[in-house]
Design a protein around this ligand. Structure first.
Ligand code: MGD
Ligand code: MGD
Ligand code: MO
Length: 761
């Protein structure tokens, strides 16, 4: 039986439960942001940093991938963006003596919160084979060790190169080049656990796996549906855009198992009256859907739109668009005509009236946007579910029209850019062709491992080297015990990092930590200070300049780490002038401009402080799909099946974390203070099981290879959809087996885990 990670403290003695809030941001948001900034950075550094966040000549927030408005306010950041910056710009430091005090066994017992609180990593360190602690090492020796290991590998496919989505375009591009010149496509990334399903669904149906909406579109929309997303916590700056839309008359509908504070009411901290007043009522309607029920909902909406059109021809659908631009609408029409409404109501937990109400809104709206995040992507049937969202928008011609479109809201600040730069285990052939031409080599074409396949390969002894360009692989990946064992079985693990996390405590035989600069720091190279570029959720690319001095003189930039490693690997060294790449990032962008479509004149385009928007065929109604048209899809109605007595659990973020980085132990909007081991359950589901609010239970998931247990969660009676529970990630990762993932994209089903609440004996 798999047990919970040992470092967790199971007793949340100080845990307090308060009522949940129905509004987000406002003065407490500002207060919490500044409090953490002062604690971590002090007043002077706070004043030097926050005013430059997301400004045209400033630096890009590492918090999320939300775009910047053209007209920025003096404080263009949110509570959680400020926290993300305080976390990296902290004055706390981990020097070499830290590791004299704390060996690996000690680190492995520490909580994620404690590890993060120790501060920035300042020196490269190594854990040698047979030793149980890290010790300082020079950069030269560190990179020498890595190169030696890579050269000695019998097959490049035994090495794995992970990326987390904060890496700049420049670093990502040189990193994938190093990996491909070394000879593998093993480039798993955090997208594999995140928006992979969005990319797959959009690629198949509209020809490019990215959203079609720009910020202005949101301001101009008539109807915005926000499904499976908690912007109040995870994309707070989106609330300003929603407020703007609202003020120009848009209707907003939230589709979520939880009544999330940010979707109800927003007190805009950038507006003095907004911050203290009663706030803007955001959502006009809240559909409290069951987990995984969205495919049924969108199929039903499509069916209802077709019905309303049949009743009043010419009033609902966009016939010209359908005829000229789409393929498969007849098959779709036939398919949804047979819709089983009983199933729809079971899958969604909604009433027919609620669904009809949303269909009415859709029928009336001429400009509709659907926004989504992890609530729609982290299910086994996510790709099909998202193609149903596309179907509904296509019916009314809502793609490639101002004020309308598809809006996957990305997570990490440059996760979309990393993909554009080639961080993917299965880049298309034309990318490889251009890469080969630019660097005169033959890149490997066989697809590499995604995140789950990478863990399986390490587990099964098919891979023995792991390098992480950022991120916290062991905590972010599913099936914590399996993932930890997989990493421990490696000959070498290398983490390019900024702060300590659990992936530094769970190591291969030899392990290295290579500490790097963050985006808020000055990146000085031989040719002068460098800028880097990032791509936001809406395909806008712009430059970022860090204002702060580096946390330590011993830090390198990610680009420098890659270039110096590349120069030590003969085959890799031969393909490019790596010294030039390191000395002057303009040379990297010059290569990108020839390899990646849309980046022509890259350098000139980023001189515009607002940056530039990458082309997206679907925005101008050019469809790069097999049929050459926007594609309707027909899917068998699917939703999670839950055996009697069990609950469906989603694993989600609290307000005080950034993925695996835990800022603090509160989840203010949901009324949780000083603890994270809580499970939110509907009061009737609690009563039905003879349990009580406040009781402690184990969360148990059952699989063919045995059960998995997350221990000691306090039951919190909460307004969630019936049959659906929620608990925080990463504590619950232990419950999700590697094998359970989206059929077509491999995204694992972190939002639909069948669990039993087991009383503790
Ligand atoms: N402060 C902060 N900002 C972040 C992050 C962070 O950890 N902290 N993480 C970043 C990253 S990498 C990402 S990917 C994004 C994540 O952003 P979100 O996707 O908003 O993050 P989650 O906390 O996973 O929340 C999922 C939301 O979907 C709902 N949901 C879950 N399952 C379903 C479902 O089946 N149907 C519907 N309709 N709704 C469902 C949940 O109730 C919840 O509101 O945020 C990014 N921004
Ligand atoms: N159960 C469950 N699992 C999930 C999810 C879920 O909702 N539920 N969400 C998934 C999602 S959406 C994602 S995106 C993944 C996140 O997976 P990851 O991206 O791997 O995880 P993070 O917690 O964002 O990584 C944090 C670490 O990155 C390093 N870091 C921070 N900034 C920088 C930098 O500028 N450069 C470098 N080199 N390192 C840096 C720091 O050392 C920090 O400790 O987790 C996934 N896992
Ligand atoms: Mo993500």
């Amino acid at each position: 039986m798999a047990k919970d990670a040992p470092q967790q403290d199971f007793t949340d003695d100080e845990l307090e439960i308060h009522g949940r809030k129905d509004w987000a941001a406002g003065v407490p948001g500002v207060y919490h942001a500044l409090k953490m900034s002062y604690e971590q950075m002090g007043a002077v550094r706070t004043l030097r940093t926050l005013p430059r966040l997301n400004q045209k000549h400033g630096f890009d927030c590492s918090g999320c991938a939300w775009p910047d408005p053209d007209h920025r306010s003096p404080a263009e950041f949110c509570e959680n963006g400020a926290k993300a910056v305080a976390e990296e710009a902290t004055l706390r430091r981990i020097g070499p003596d830290f590791f004299e005090e704390h060996d690996l066994d000690d680190l492995a017992t520490r909580s994620d919160w404690w590890l993060g609180q120790q501060g920035r990593l300042t020196h490269p360190v190594v854990k040698r084979a047979g030793s149980s602690r890290y010790e300082p090492i020079s950069w030269d020796d560190a990179l020498g060790l890595v190169a030696e290991q890579l050269v000695s590998m019998p097959d490049p496919d035994e090495a794995i190169f992970y990326t987390s989505g904060r890496t700049s375009n420049e670093a990502a591009f040189v990193y994938q080049l190093l990996v491909r010149a070394y000879g593998t496509n093993n480039l798993p990334d955090c997208s594999n656990m995140c928006h992979e399903a969005s990319g797959a669904a959009l690629g198949d149906t509209i020809g490019l796996g990215k959203g079609t909406v720009l910020l202005e579109d949101l301001h101009d929309a008539e109807l915005i549906i926000i499904a499976g997303q908690n912007p109040g916590t995870n994309h707070p700056r989106m609330l300003s855009a929603l407020e703007k839309a609202k003020n120009t008359g848009a209707a907003i509908v939230a589709v979520n198992p939880l009544p999330e504070a940010g979707l109800q009411r927003f007190k805009n901290p950038q507006n003095p009256i907004g911050a203290v007043g009663s706030g803007t009522e955001l959502a006009d309607d809240f559909l409290q859907i069951r987990l995984g029920g969205d495919m049924a909902l969108f199929q039903a909406l499509g069916a209802l739109l077709l019905e309303r059109e049949a009743a009043a021809p010419g009033t609902v659908l966009d016939h010209d668009f359908l005829a000229e631009h789409t393929d498969g609408v007849d098959a779709y029409r036939e398919h949804v005509a047979d819709l089983d409404w009983d199933e729809v109501l079971t899958a969604t937990g909604l009433t027919r009236e609620q669904i009809e109400g949303l269909a009415d809104r859709l029928a009336r709206s001429r400009r509709t946007i659907v926004c989504w995040a992890m609530g729609l992507t982290q299910h086994e049937h996510s790709v099909a579910m998202l193609t149903e969202v596309v179907n509904v928008l296509l019916l009314q011609g809502n793609v490639g029209r101002d004020g309308a479109g598809l809006c996957p809201v990305r997570g990490h600040s440059n996760v979309q850019g990393d993909r554009t730069m080639g961080i993917w285990e299965q880049m298309p052939d034309d990318f490889h062709d251009r890469l080969d031409a630019e660097f005169s080599f033959s890149s490997p074409r066989e697809h590499g491992y995604d995140t789950a396949a990478a863990v399986e390969a390490m587990r099964d002894g098919r891979a023995s080297f792991f390098m992480g360009m950022g991120g916290n692989f062991v905590k972010a990946a599913p099936d914590t015990d399996v993932t930890e064992a997989a990493l421990r079985s490696c000959t070498m693990t290398v983490q390019v990092s900024t702060k300590l996390n659990r992936s530094h405590a769970i190591t291969g035989e030899t392990a290295l930590i290579l500490p790097v600069l963050v985006r808020s720091e000055r990146d000085q190279q031989a040719s002068g200070p460098q800028r880097v570029t990032v791509e936001d959720s809406m395909s806008a690319v712009h430059a970022s300049h860090g204002p702060l001095p580096p946390a330590s003189p011993h830090l390198l930039s990610e680009v420098a780490v890659v270039s110096r490693l590349a120069r030590r690997l003969e085959r890799v060294a031969a393909v490019a002038d790596w010294q030039a790449f390191e000395d002057d990032y303009r040379t990297i962008r010059d290569s990108v401009s020839r390899v990646v479509p849309g980046f022509e004149d890259y350098e000139a385009k980023i001189n515009d402080p607002g940056g530039f928007v990458l082309p997206h065929g679907a925005r101008t109604r050019r469809w790069d799909t097999e049929s050459g048209k926007a594609q309707f899809s027909t899917n068998v109605l699917t939703y999670p099946q839950v055996p009697k007595g069990r609950l469906l659990l989603q694993t989600l973020r609290s307000h005080d974390q950034f993925n695996t980085t835990i800022y603090g132990l509160d989840d203010r909007y949901r009324g949780i203070e000083n603890g994270r081991r809580v499970v939110f359950v509907h009061p009737d589901d609690i009563a039905e099981r003879g349990l009580a609010d406040g009781q402690h239970v184990d969360l148990v998931s059952h699989w063919e290879d045995g059960e998995r247990v997350a221990q000691e969660f306090r039951i919190v009676s909460y307004d969630t959809a019936r049959g659906c529970a929620a608990a925080y990630y990463p504590e619950t990762n232990v419950l999700v087996p590697l094998g359970q993932r989206s059929k077509r994209s491999g995204t694992r089903a972190s939002k639909s885990v069948v669990v039993e609440l087991r009383t503790r004996g």
